[in-house]
Each structure stands twice: as structure tokens, then as C-alpha cells.
Design a binder for this molecule. Structure first.
Ligand SMILES: Cc1cc2nc3c(=O)[nH]c(=O)nc-3n(C[C@H](O)[C@H](O)[C@H](O)COP(=O)(O)O)c2cc1C
Length: 313
């Protein structure tokens, strides 16, 4: 029997696998076709203070080993989430103890704090994941995640209002990710989520125009995994707070790279578009790996690649 349970920011998760924000809706859309209750947690689509329609024009395009998106944070807004969606998520997930992580995005520091305050009154939300790194929102989204002082300002404001532990979601579109991570730890972040998408662009050579309506978009999928693993490796050795890792996780072996690099939990993102069962298969694959190598607890593997005796072969 492998112990798959993970303590993350003081919260017990039955296993270390979540869905990545924006790639699984609110997890209830799949109805009874997908056993989301087998996951340790699900992460919501990015919520904003007001409802958003997202960007016009083409929003997704496939790229080699990945995809670009510029959805633009289409969502019903935090109030509609609390009133209409969260109760349905609770009904579906509470009995199986699958936790809910709410992902939030703001145009201003104050907006982040107001959303955290509203969600503080929701005991069904286990953790807040604060997106300071979405590259698709023209007003400020990028600036927060790429500046140490701005990122810290958001973190402090959210911490001041939040009722749940706060994960700050890092942008990979920076020169020194460790500097930002250390600044967020100092600003009071309880944990880090990483990585968000890498900024990219595709041009239609026949039309001689950018493919995406927003011109640029965020790159996700296996193409970004080596970047994510490298960043988790660097950050995990520099900070004392736990990491929820994502970026190109399709299989359990991909998730293991992140765990061995120092992540305590993992999220499956774009892979779920091709196969909605991918996150559950990651849970089963992690369990099978532990059985094969006689690892008693999944947490024994956290950071094992940079610790002296890995026990691997
Ligand atoms: C279509 C799409 C929408 C996304 N929306 C959000 C979002 O609302 N908030 C957020 O923090 N990240 C969002 N992301 C980023 C993912 O949560 C994840 O960090 C990123 O895609 C890397 O993981 P992956 O390669 O497994 O997809 C989105 C990604 C995709 C592909």
C-alpha cells in the first residue's frame, strides 16, 4: 500500500494531483463521464471580480508538442462562482474529499484583495491560487508576475484578506524566477504554483497575419515541460514553501520529473483537452511507480533528484 497523501500548506490532500486552471472548467462539466472525485483536488478556471467574455477572434492554435491560447480569462465572475458553481462543485466532490482550489486574477491589487475577501467566506475552497502571470490580459496581468515589488504587493494584499492558504502562481516569462519566488516567500506566500504559460506567437504565412485574435498567446503542453522542470528545480532548492507544479504534464512520468525536482503537488493542464482522463491516469501511474520501486510514500520522492541518495536505479 503506497501512501499517496500529501500535506500541502497544512491541508491534507488524498493524492498530489490536481487539474490546472483553465483547462478543466470547474470540473463538473464532465458530468458522470469522468471520475474527477479520484483527484486530490481540482483547480477552477481563473476567476475575476467582474464576469469576462474573454478575447475576440481565434483563441487557440496547435503548435509542435503544445498549444497557444489567448482565452482572455472568460469566466462568470467571482460572485456567480460562489453562488451558482461552488455549491455544485461541493455536491460533486465533498464526499470524496477532493479539494477545491480557486484561481483568481485581478486588474489591480485591490481587485485581488476583494476577491480573496469574498472567497474567505467559502469553507469549500481549500486554497487560493493567485494568477499574477496570465499573459493575455492587457491591463496589468503581465506586470504583476514579472516585477518583484508588484508580485509582493499582490501577495500581501491577498494574504491580508484571505481565509485560506495562498499560492502565488509564477510566470516563466522572467529572467530570474528564483528572485521572484524568494520575494513572494518573504511577502508571506504559503506556497507557489508554477509554471504559467510561456508567451508565444504563430503567423499564418498564407494570410500573412498572426493566427491568434490577440496576436500573442500562452504556450502550454509538453513543449514547455523542460522549462518548467528547470524552474521548479531552481526554486525548490531556494525556498522553504511547497510547490504545486504544472507545465506539460501528460503522464505520471512527466509528473515524476517535477516531483523529483522538488514539487509536492502537480497539476495536469493542456493534456486534458486530448484526454480528460489524463489527470486520473497520472494518479494511477504515480501509485504504480511507487509500488514498482517500493517507495512507501509519494512524499519520499519530493526533491529526490537533488538529494544525495535517491534510492533509484
Ligand atoms: C486554454 C488555457 C487556459 C488557461 N487559463 C488559465 C487561467 O485562467 N488561470 C491560470 O492561472 N492559468 C491558466 N492557464 C495556464 C495553466 O493553468 C497552466 O499553468 C499551463 O497551461 C501549463 O500547464 P500545461 O502545459 O499542463 O497546460 C491556462 C492554460 C490553457 C491552455
Amino acid at each position: 500500500m503506497v501512501n499517496m497523501q500529501v500535506d500541502f500548506c497544512g491541508i491534507p490532500f488524498k493524492n498530489p494531483v490536481s487539474t490546472a486552471s483553465g483547462t478543466y472548467g470547474f470540473a463538473i462539466e464532465y458530468g458522470s463521464f469522468v471520475p474527477v472525485e479520484d483527484l486530490g483536488s481540482v483547480t477552477t478556471k481563473g476567476l475575476t471580480l467582474q464576469p469576462r467574455q474573454g478575447n475576440p477572434g481565434i483563441r487557440v492554435v496547435e503548435t509542435p508538442a503544445g498549444m497557444l491560447n489567448c482565452i482572455g480569462l472568460e469566466n462568470p465572475g467571482v460572485d456567480a462562482f460562489i453562488q451558482d458553481i461552488l455549491p455544485r462543485m461541493r455536491d460533486r466532490l465533498a464526499a470524496s474529499d477532493t479539494k477545491i482550489i480557486a484561481n483568481i486574477s485581478g486588474n489591480t491589487v485591490d481587485e485581488y484583495a476583494r476577491m480573496a475577501e469574498k472567497l474567505a467566506a467559502c469553507p469549500d475552497v481549500a486554497l487560493l491560487e493567485v494568477n499574477i502571470s496570465c499573459p493575455n490580459v492587457r491591463a496589468g496581468g503581465m506586470a504583476f508576475g514579472t516585477s518583484c515589488s508588484q508580485a509582493a504587493a499582490v501577495c500581501q494584499a491577498v494574504k491580508g484578506a484571505a481565509g485560506q492558504p495562498v499560492l502565488m502562481k509564477l510566470s516563466p516569462n522572467v529572467t530570474d524566477v528564483v528572485e521572484i519566488a524568494l520575494g513572494l516567500q518573504e511577502a508571506g506566500a504559503d506556497g507557489l504554483a508554477m509554471i504559467n504559460t510561456l508567451m508565444g506567437m504563430v503567423i499564418d504565412v498564407d494570410k500573412r497575419r498572426p493566427v491568434l485574435g490577440n496576436v500573442t498567446g500562452g504556450l502550454s503542453g509538453p513543449a514547455i515541460r523542460p522549462v518548467g522542470v528547470r524552474m521548479v528545480w531552481q526554486v525548490a532548492q531556494a525556498v522553504d514553501i511547497p510547490i504545486l507544479a504544472m507545465g506539460g504534464i501528460d503522464t505520471a512520468r512527466d509528473a515524476l520529473e517535477y516531483i523529483l525536482a522538488g514539487a509536492r503537488m502537480v497539476s495536469v493542464g493542456a493534456a486534458a483537452f486530448a484526454d480528460p482522463l489524463a489527470p486520473m491516469q497520472v494518479v494511477e501511474g504515480l501509485r504504480a511507480y511507487c509500488e514498482k520501486y517500493q517507495v512507501a510514500a509519494i512524499t519520499d520522492l519530493v526533491g529526490a533528484a537533488w538529494k544525495e541518495d535517491t534510492g533509484g536505479n
